[in-house]
Design a protein around this ligand. Structure first.
Ligand code: AMP
Ligand code: MG
Length: 409
């Protein structure tokens, strides 16, 4: 049954992505500090890579016209990486060449050492195979051509990108400024780890989980601590966050309980776009704005906080940071057991997927699907995403799985 006051997951995400505009401030960083940063203009190659024709293997540089099986060639010099051979090469001669060495003028191929035999007097070699023009040669510009776009705007720079940039001799890159994101948790019952629990109290796990996930995102994080369920204290923290932050993320207090003040504070100080999403876990999720600061009010139940951070907040923060690729990885898998599900909300069940002996992806439940049971998340490696109107899933039916992103690993 569809409850009209709940906003479908896709609509909630689409609404946030349409509303939030990406950061445009830029800064230049050294290559060694650029990992995980978002590129704000494309990188075009100022070089051909490789910069010259060179040898892919160790062996002998030859003229293919002279290099037939059984031919004897005189070895008249050596070319090594960093040490080109620049002299003339007479007829029926070759040059000993090492991997990466520039190919001398007037030769057009190389034969690998294993396909030659040294002559008895050591003056030359006999070829054990025919050689074809271009054999074992890495051509100038064959990897990257001068002017070619190498990395697109909006790319989160990976270790491979850093290596590519280095191969082009680029020592600094222009990236978007990191988003500044404040986090606080609310709840009279919460005690920071290290404290002593009194009756009815629990440790504040959400703030630590969320701070860790944000650290993985590579944003600038501001820890505003734990607040009591107190309208004034929450309002003050929200006002503080608007001074300097691009976004504020809270946990708890966005439901319909008597102590749920976060949404009220947001309504008084800014505006709430929506605060109930048709997803499970994560129904109480509030999105809004306070002056120029975006607000994400995550539910208090730890799994619901983690799921809404991963599935709803992460893509919006990536978009805010200027990143282009924001869609999660997803696959189809076969449910290896019955999965309980009621129509009305999109489920993000905690699951474990693996490949069976035939290469088929199979997924099963990782344990209790209660939004309070954080240990199930520890036993899971994916979310099983079940569509809003879908009912129970029988063993053998196909489902969509979303492997955990880097934020949860
Ligand atoms: P709330 O959304 O504030 O109504 O909280 C829902 C449930 O999540 C309650 O059982 C809270 O005690 C629990 N909870 C709220 N905040 C946290 C937190 N930061 N860490 C762990 N559990 C929490
Ligand atoms: Mg609470």
């Amino acid at each position: 049954m569809n409850t009209p006051s709940l906003m479908p997951f896709e609509q909630a995400l689409g609404n946030m992505l349409d509303t939030v505009s990406a950061i445009t401030d830029k800064e230049t960083v050294e290559l060694s500090k650029a990992l995980g940063r978002i590129l704000c203009r494309p990188v075009n190659s100022t070089l051909d890579v490789p910069g010259y024709d060179n040898s892919a293997m160790d062996g002998y540089a030859v003229r293919s016209s002279e290099a037939k099986k059984g031919a004897c060639l005189k070895v008249i010099g050596v070319a090594a990486a960093g040490h080109p051979y620049n002299d003339e090469i007479p007829a029926n001669s070759c040059v000993r060449i090492m991997t990466g060495a520039p190919l001398p003028d007037s030769v057009d191929a190389m034969i690998i050492q294993e396909n030659t035999e040294a002559n008895q007097d050591k003056s030359g070699i006999t070829l054990l195979q025919d050689v074809v023009e271009g054999d074992n040669i890495r051509r100038r510009g064959s990897d990257i051509a001068l002017g070619e776009e190498v990395i697109a705007t909006g790319t989160r720079l990976s270790p491979v990108d850093i290596g590519l940039l280095a191969s082009l001799g680029i020592e600094e890159v222009t990236v978007y400024r990191k988003p500044k994101i404040a986090v606080f948790s609310t709840g009279d019952e919460l005690v920071a780890p290290g404290g002593k629990l009194k009756s009815g109290q629990i440790f504040d796990s959400n703030r630590y989980l969320l701070l860790a996930m944000l650290e993985k995102m590579g944003v600038e994080v501001i820890n505003l601590g734990r607040l009591n369920d107190d309208l004034d204290a929450i309002s003050q923290a929200l006002r503080d966050a608007t001074q300097s932050c691009d976004a504020v993320i809270t946990s708890g207090g966005v439901s319909v309980g008597d102590a749920d003040f976060t949404k009220t504070a947001l309504e008084q100080l800014g505006s709430v776009s929506f605060w109930k999403v048709a997803m499970k876990p994560g129904k109480p999720f509030a999105f809004g704005k306070l002056k120029n600061t975006w607000f994400f009010g995550l539910p208090g139940n730890p799994v619901a906080a983690a799921v809404t951070m991963e599935q709803l907040t992460q893509p919006v923060l990536k978009h805010l940071a200027g990143e282009k690729h924001i869609n999660p990885e997803s696959y189809r898998a076969i449910a290896s057991e019955y999965l309980k599900k009621r129509p009305g909300r999109a489920d993000f069940q905690r699951g474990w997927y693996e490949q069976d002996n035939n290469g088929q992806l199979k997924v099963s439940s990782a344990g209790s699907q209660s939004s309070a049971v954080l240990s199930t998340l520890k036993r899971a490696n994916c979310f099983i995403r079940l569509e809003q109107e879908r009912g129970p899933v029988n063993s053998g039916e196909e489902v969509t799985i979303l492997p955990f992103s880097a934020l949860l690993k």
